[in-house]
Write a protein that binds this ligand. Structure first.
Ligand SMILES: CC(C)(COP(=O)(O)OP(=O)(O)OC[C@H]1O[C@@H](n2cnc3c(N)ncnc32)[C@H](O)[C@@H]1OP(=O)(O)O)[C@@H](O)C(=O)NCCC(=O)NCCSC(=O)C[C@](C)(O)C(=O)O
Ligand SMILES: [Mg+2]
Length: 360
């Protein structure tokens, strides 16, 4: 059972900071993963500050078992030595059933809790996992004397997690968002794929056969096929669950690092459906995510025109041959609000969006 409404925003430990009533909409177009125990990657982190919205020290999958403690300590060292300025610092801890999950949480919150914005919890199955983390974080925050709550981000990567997605989002006021974990989710669902995110050429629909003059179907004639998006259903469920709870959905990883074009397409599908960002596994993917998850200058220009033409936001007007009304102006407001948030932290984008005003 969830807590009664009157207790939902009460701290879960004496001395813990009061939970937030609203999750701030901080730009997080790219969540860039690095292994803090990998010297080459770690060395690049200080120079990446300011070039990416989120830097995430990954301790879970992709870190070898024998390096788990080294990566955890590496993150402590990097967090202490680095001024992150406008860039958020997140971590992905090991799963709650692993030998490392508890020590990850205890060490990171007590040692660098003041630097950490969000803790990503993998393989979340239901509200009970969030409740466990919620109470533990409150105890650790109180112990560390932190004055602001650390937020929690869940990865949706089991069938049970997807089935429980709404209750996961609403399990704690710490819930910041959700990411799709397509590789673990595919394995857990017993999907017959072997990839980390992205599409599959076998998941397609085929055009109907043409017919000859007698109406006989020509099954052997060439027919166009259209590849479909394997992740549409899951992303759409995530987006609805997050929107309902006022938190943020993210695509997740795209494992084919060299195929930046397909990565861009997959990210854009997620953006159009309502996601605010995606993961970057390699520096080359940061630019892809920043581009996709920033509204285009054309869309912002159009949105501003509609807002201006709609006055108090009610009624209907024609712009470029199309009807605009109360509902379309709301979409335009979403676009413009995002553009304003991004312009506040990205001077290059600000220049582009400001130029629209000059032309108008
Ligand atoms: C893909 C890999 C192996 C290619 O690594 P590479 O060394 O072969 O690449 P490279 O192009 O040769 O690298 C060039 C330079 O960039 C550096 N570099 C390379 N990557 C990074 C990075 N991320 N951050 C900072 N620096 C990086 C690298 O060290 C190298 O430095 P150098 O020029 O000094 O030699 C490597 O990029 C990597 O390990 N990336 C992170 C992988 C990761 O975090 N995976 C886990 C997330 S996905 C996941 O868990 C699934 C999920 C959600 O759970 C589920 O669907 O279930
Ligand atoms: Mg995973």
């Amino acid at each position: 059972m969830t807590r009664p409404a009157k207790d939902f925003f009460a701290p879960l430990a004496v001395g813990a900071p009061t939970p937030l009533r609203e999750i701030p909409a901080r730009p997080s177009r790219a969540i860039h993963f690095f292994d803090p125990g990998n010297e080459k990657m770690a060395a690049k982190v200080p120079d990446m500050v300011g070039t990416v919205d989120v830097l995430l020290g990954n301790l879970e999958d992709a870190v070898k078992a024998e390096n788990k403690e080294r990566s955890r300590q590496g993150l402590v060292d990097i967090a202490r030595a680095t001024d992150f300025g406008p860039t958020q610092l997140w971590t992905r801890v090991n799963s709650l059933d692993s030998p490392w999950g508890l020590d990850d949480l205890v060490t990171l919150v007590t040692e660098i809790g003041d630097k950490l914005d969000v803790i990503m919890v993998p393989k979340v199955q239901g509200a009970e996992d969030i409740h466990y983390v919620d109470r533990l974080l409150a105890q650790l925050e109180a112990k560390a004397g932190l004055d602001r709550p650390i937020l929690v981000h869940a990865i949706l990567e089991t069938a049970r997690g997807v089935a429980n997605v709404e209750e996961i989002c609403g399990a704690s006021p710490r819930m910041q968002g959700l990411s799709l974990g397509p590789a673990d989710l595919a394995a857990d669902r017993r999907m017959k794929t072997t990839r980390v995110g992205g599409g599959h050429p076998g998941y397609l629909v085929r055009q109907d056969p043409t017919r000859d003059d007698l109406g006989v179907p020509q099954y052997d004639a060439e027919r166009t096929t259209y590849q479909q998006d394997l992740w549409h259903y899951t992303i759409a469920r995530m987006v609805d669950a997050c929107a309902m709870h006022g938190i943020y959905p993210y695509y997740g990883p795209f494992g084919d690092i060299k195929d930046v074009q397909a990565c861009e397409d997959q990210f854009r599908n997620a953006f159009l459906l309502g996601c605010v960002g995606a993961w970057s596994l390699h520096p080359v993917q940061i630019a892809v995510a920043n581009k996709v998850f920033s509204p285009s200058v054309e869309d912002v220009a159009h949105a501003r025109r509609v807002i201006a033409a709609m006055g108090d936001g009610t009624g209907a007007v024609m712009i470029d041959g199309k009807m605009e009304d109360d509902a379309s102006v709301k979409q335009c407001q979403v676009m413009v609000a995002l553009a304003d948030e991004l312009a506040a932290i990205d001077p290059e984008l600000k220049k582009q969006y400001d130029a629209i005003e000059l032309e108008a």
